[in-house]
Design a protein around this ligand. Structure first.
Ligand SMILES: [Zn+2]
Ligand SMILES: [Zn+2]
Length: 216
């Protein structure tokens, strides 16, 4: 093969590679560090990125007009204790769309093994399992006041993932500690529930609302 032809082939490959990178709007070097990004139909994000979750620009296409609408989405990744199950929560604005709370009820004590449970309430549609769906176990039972409580946990390590009651509507409560460090930093707790069942040694958390009973 002549050297001219080899040069031409190399030039074409580089041009195609450059075009692809431009479409992704990413610096070429960034691909060296992020081997696990998903390219979805309308957006991309990094489900397992250990880096701080800087808001990423994604492109949402309206189904009616097909005109692109640019939104800033924030991915909040997490996993169970053993890492078999991984998930991503994707929200436009964690401050308003998520609410983390501490719950001192007896069910949270039993399920988590601690004095309280901490969960983050989010829209069900924002939650996506990205790995290990087949490892998820479900437990459903009356929570003691006539409401069926649905809980999901890892069948391998037993770690909790999420819960929701029959009255939760389109929301789920993800166990806060299963989120990665930088994700938890964006959804810090705002209040405490079932304070009447707080253990005597456990102080009130300053700066949060306190409710005597049910999650509201
Ligand atoms: Zn696990
Ligand atoms: Zn509780």
């Amino acid at each position: 093969m002549s050297s001219t032809k080899i040069h031409y082939i190399l030039y074409r490959r580089l041009a195609i590679h450059h075009t692809t990178l431009n479409k992704l709007n990413r610096h070429p070097l960034s691909l060296l560090h992020d081997s696990q990004f998903n390219l979805c139909s309308n957006s991309y994000f990094y489900p397992y990125s250990p880096k701080p979750a800087a808001p990423l620009q994604t492109c949402a296409f309206s189904t009616t007009t097909n005109k692109p609408q640019h939104k800033t989405m924030t991915p909040l990744p997490g996993s169970c204790y053993c890492g078999s199950i991984k998930y991503t929560i994707t929200l436009e604005d964690p401050e308003t769309q998520a609410r983390t709370s501490i719950c001192h009820c007896g069910n949270c004590k039993k399920f988590t093994g601690g004095e309280h449970g901490i969960t983050t309430k989010i829209p069900k549609s924002a939650f996506e399992i990205t790995q290990g769906r087949d490892r998820i176990k479900v437990h459903e039972a009356d929570n003691g006041s006539g409401v069926v409580l649905h809980r999901e946990f890892c069948g391998t390590c037993g770690g909790p993932l999420l819960e929701y009651g029959a009255n939760a509507g389109d929301n789920i409560y993800v166990f806060y500690g299963t989120m990665e460090d930088h994700a938890r930093g964006q959804v810090e707790p705002k209040g405490e529930f079932f304070c009447k069942l707080r253990d005597p040694w456990m102080p009130e958390v300053e700066g949060m609302f306190q409710k005597q009973e049910i999650k509201q």
